[in-house]
Design a protein. Structure first.
Length: 156
């Protein structure tokens, strides 16, 4: 039997326990801010490399600046959210992780699609995309509903 412990109690029902979603919305927002800061820091050394490449190629390499931040961010998401932890560094710090409703593990492709839909939703709907989580089951956002995923607290 697959049992886990949360707040000192043994859970056997998977994603049905309401305690798995307590404080998830706030933790998610803070995790995104932390992840944005990490991506910004990761972009600095890559930007230096692109700058040097631009010098070597007489300016042609500087075209890569146009896709620099998205490439760094998507690579970060692929290797963190798409890992066996199923959480970015910010999510791990705040004790939340991404789960698929069908029970299969989150892979890199799903992690990237999840992030792209999140960014697209924010561009189109601004932060109002978070309003969906006020009414949806398990505090899921629009991109969670579209992909069959849920963000829940990590087991302790």
């Amino acid at each position: 039997m697959n049992t886990r412990v949360l707040d000192g109690e043994i859970l056997t029902s998977g994603l049905d326990d309401a305690r798995l979603y307590e404080g998830v919305r706030t933790r998610r927002i803070v995790a995104v801010i932390i992840d944005y800061l990490i991506v910004a820091l990761l972009t600095i050394p890559v930007a230096i490399l692109v700058f040097l490449l631009g010098l070597l190629t007489l300016g042609l390499g500087w075209v890569l600046f146009s896709v620099l931040v998205p490439v760094v961010a998507l690579t970060y998401v692929w290797f963190t959210l798409g890992s066996s932890d199923q959480a970015t560094t910010g999510m791990k710090l705040l004790g939340v992780r991404l789960e698929r409703l069908d029970g299969r593990p989150v892979d890199g492709v799903l992690a990237v699609v999840h992030s792209v839909l999140f960014w697209a939703g924010n561009v189109i709907l601004t932060p109002l995309v978070l309003l969906v989580s006020l009414f949806a089951d398990r505090k899921r956002t629009l991109h969670d509903l579209l992909l069959g995923t849920v963000v829940r607290r990590s087991y302790r």
